[in-house]
Design a protein around this ligand. Sequence first.
Ligand code: FES
Length: 78
Amino acid sequence: MSRLVELEANGPRKLEADDLDEEKGDVAICRCGLAESFPFCDGSHRQTEDESPDERYVYDEDGTRSVVDRVVCTDESK
Ligand code: FES
């Protein structure tokens, strides 16, 4: 499985002491790319639990998932 994730940040996000989850005592970093609170996990990864390993996915901003054959990127600046 793979999924297209669009990120706009162009630099690191340093973790601060208040990033620590007071209840759990840890910091969870998002690896699925879907968190509204990126780079922190907010549970959005649950949307990916039934993804097939043989498919490619694109998630719209509203969370709608589409299966695509391929992802084509174009350079819109040209
Ligand atoms: S890993 Fe991305 S929201 Fe949890």
